[in-house]
Design a protein around this ligand. Structure first.
Ligand code: CMP
Length: 690
């Protein structure tokens, strides 16, 4: 047959004829032969019959012949019948040798991308079958095998899979399922950048949002620099020069997209800043890269603006109020708009001993639990070695959770009324919460009744928007994979999540602290109205917090109060409860939020749940390759955040009645977060019926 003997003279003769000259008998002969070719084994007989009329035979006498070059337009797909070929990639050399029965040249066709490698004949007298692009597209494109694997040095480096397109010209496209970090980057540069009209899919954005999980910045920068400097194979032929220019353009465009995708986080690493500056100096002197020089110049402007801003806010001090909830700028005006919390900002907090004595510490947020522990032990004169001691959070309900030595950003990670303790390992059981952890002791003691509900919702939303704005998408990854994994802080996310809990428990606390039935009913109405305004302002985080507060056992059991509520409010509340209903994976909320236009403040705990779900349900690495499907899932959630913030929050302010008061009130809400205490208070105001 074709593979083992090589096609006999007749077959060759047929396969060299143009298709319209092939007789029925001849086509039958070819068809018979195609049945034996492994590269076609996944195709149906009817497809093979179609191929019989268009497949072409090609013989090459000379070893060393270049069949096509990397970067060329892809015109055909090949099957190797006899002989062998080398797959050669710029900057890497020969990455694979293909033998009889192997096929190649599909990648460029399915992706509409340039050739990813040069194919050089390794032996004299090679025989090939060829399917030209127009036929490939017509006959094969839509029935192509689902998975495409690329190997280098005998190991898989990239796995692509065919997926149905939602809409578009051709019915299918290929997306990256897994790969080595470097090969994925190379594939990205060659198919998604440099003015190529590759598939318009989220691959690039996914990669930019998630590479920190599988490809640390130094490695990425290193690969980019190598790619930028790959000079072809030595000779400075015009083609080589052309490749070089294309490669450089791609790297510059990559950097441009990188900054757009993750903003200032790109500039947080000095390695990247150096790289961008080097890039700029090389691009600027190349007359063929004038457009790219403009791009890099713009990036440099953003970089210096960011650095100025960072210097301006350098050494910010944050304060974890001993009793109150929000983490606020120390000595700053608590109502002025916030800035981002950075790893080298300081935070002031207390560390307690078993006997409730404490010391006040001030450390940068990136400080590890180990250092805090040692310093607290020293200040509190515990006279024990660090190995005997432990840093612990004691929650208001007495629960304890131990910090790992490597934990960073310890104070921001505390539960609402949690406190940091240091203790010897064998005395952990003796740690009890401070009396103040039980009750709301800080915060303004204003009667909430006198404040306008709309104004409350308005200022809560502005406040939340500031907190939400400060959260970087990366913090979701740090949170999901574990901050210690990256040595990064998630302080802005922590603060935002704390705020959610704060609002939730504030609602419960206010109601169970109201002894008068009449006032309590009025308060229920007020909170339902507050939820309605938050929903109207598209602050779904606060909306959930308020409604979840109202559905807390300590509140839902207050039957007499609920009975006195006008039915209009009870109905509204039922609607809200349906919206926060977690069944079918929060379907009601997802449908609702899916219809909103930005700006939106999303229900953050659900986004974190989605991240965790993607993380726990999928391995990060599959047979040594990055599971890029997982990265895609996570990037989708990260993009939700981007979408929510893609327009600035502009709200019509309600007519100010007591603006200053409302603003200071909402910046520090009083909340009890011990469920047992809340239930006891609830029992007291409405005892169980006998
Ligand atoms: P295409 O990009 O069309 O042209 C070069 C071909 O080399 C490519 O399709 C693949 O079919 C084949 N190839 C084999 N191994 C590799 C590899 N590791 N990287 C890129 N291409 C490869």
């Amino acid at each position: 047959n074709l593979l083992h003997r090589g096609p006999d003279a007749t077959l060759r003769m047929i396969l060299r004829k143009p298709s319209h000259e092939r007789t029925q008998e001849e086509l039958e002969l070819v068809f018979e032969e195609l049945l034996h070719i492994a590269a076609l084994s996944h195709l149906s007989t009817s497809i093979k019959r179609e191929l019989a009329s268009i497949i072409v035979f090609e013989a090459h006498a000379q070893a060393g012949t270049i069949l096509f070059n990397q970067g060329d337009e892809g015109r055909s797909w090949y099957i190797l019948l006899k002989g062998s070929v080398d797959v050669v990639i710029h900057g890497k050399g020969t990455v694979a040798t293909l033998k009889e029965g192997d096929d190649f040249g599909k990648l460029a066709l399915i992706n509409d991308a340039p050739r990813a490698a040069t194919i050089v004949l390794k032996e004299n007298n090679c025989h090939l079958l060829r399917v030209d692009k127009e036929y490939f597209n017509r006959i094969l494109r839509d029935v192509e095998a689902n998975t495409l694997r690329l190997q280098e040095h005998g190991k898989d480096v990239l796995v692509l899979e065919r997926v149905a397109k939602q809409r578009g010209h051709s019915a299918f496209k290929y997306t990256v399922m897994s790969g080595t970090p470097s090969k994925m980057l190379e594939h990205l540069l060659e198919t998604r950048l440099g003015g190529q009209v590759g598939p318009n899919d989220p691959f690039l954005d996914d990669f930019l949002l998630t590479h920190i999980v599988f490809m640390p910045v130094p490695q990425l920068v290193d690969d980019l620099a190598n790619y930028f400097h790959s000079e072809g194979e030595g000779s400075q032929s015009p083609e080589d020069r052309e490749y070089m220019i294309t490669f450089r353009k791609r790297v510059v465009q990559f950097v441009q997209k990188w900054v757009i995708a993750v903003r200032h986080a790109v500039f947080d690493d000095p390695i990247v800043c150096d790289f961008i500056e080097d890039l700029a100096s090389e691009v600027e002197v190349d007359p063929e890269l004038s457009e790219e020089a403009g791009i890099i110049h713009h990036v440099l402007t953003q970089l210096s603006r960011y650095q100025e801003d960072r210097n301006m806010h350098a050494g910010q001090k944050w304060k974890l109020p001993p009793n109150g909830q929000p983490i606020c700028l120390f000595s700053g005006n608590p109502t002025s708009s916030r800035t981002v919390i950075r790893p080298d900002d300081d935070i002031i907090f207390r560390v307690y001993c078993a006997d409730h004595t404490y010391c006040t510490l001030r450390f940068p947020l990136h400080t590890t639990a180990e250092i805090i522990k040692a310093c607290a032990a020293d200040k509190l004169q515990l006279n024990r070695g660090p190995d005997d001691l432990q840093l612990v959070e004691v929650k208001s309900n007495g629960e304890r959770s131990i910090f790992k030595d490597t934990d960073v950003s310890v104070p921001t990670g505390l539960s609402l009324n949690g406190r940091i303790f240091v203790s010897t390992k064998d005395h952990l059981d003796a740690l009890t919460p401070l009396p103040e952890q039980e009750g709301p002791t800080e915060g303004l003691d204003i009667d909430i009744e006198v404040l306008s509900t709309k104004e409350l919702a308005y200022h809560i939303t502005l406040f939340d928007w500031d907190l939400f704005w400060a959260v970087h998408e990366y913090e979701l990854l740090y949170h999901t994979f574990g901050r210690h994994h990256f040595g990064k802080i998630t302080a802005n996310l922590d603060v935002f999540i704390r705020r959610f809990n704060e609002i939730q428990y504030w609602v419960v606390t206010e109601i169970v602290s109201t002894a008068s039935m009449g006032k309590r009913v009025a308060l229920l109405r007020k909170f339902i109205k507050l939820a309605a305004y938050c929903k109207e302002y598209q602050n779904l985080n606060a909306f959930f917090a308020v409604v979840m507060g109202l559905s807390n056992m300590a509140i839902s059991r207050l039957q007499q109060s609920w009975d006195k509520l006008p039915s209009k409010f009870r109905k509204l509340y039922q609607e809200f409860e349906a919206l926060i209903d977690p069944s079918r994976n929060h379907r009601a909320y997802r449908v609702f939020v899916g219809k909103l236009q930005p700006p939106v403040i999303p229900f953050m705990p659900l986004l974190l749940k989605d991240m965790t779900f993607a993380h726990e349900g999928n391995k990060t690495s599959l047979d040594g390759l990055v599971n890029f499907e997982k990265m895609h899932m996570m990037a989708q959630t990260m993009r939700t955040i981007r979408f929510c913030r893609s327009r600035h929050l502009v709200l019509d302010p309600p007519s100010p009645k007591s603006e200053g008061e409302v603003r200071s009130y909402i910046s520090c809400l009083r909340a009890i977060d011990n469920q047992r205490v809340l239930m006891a208070m609830s029992q007291k105001i409405e005892p169980n019926r006998k």
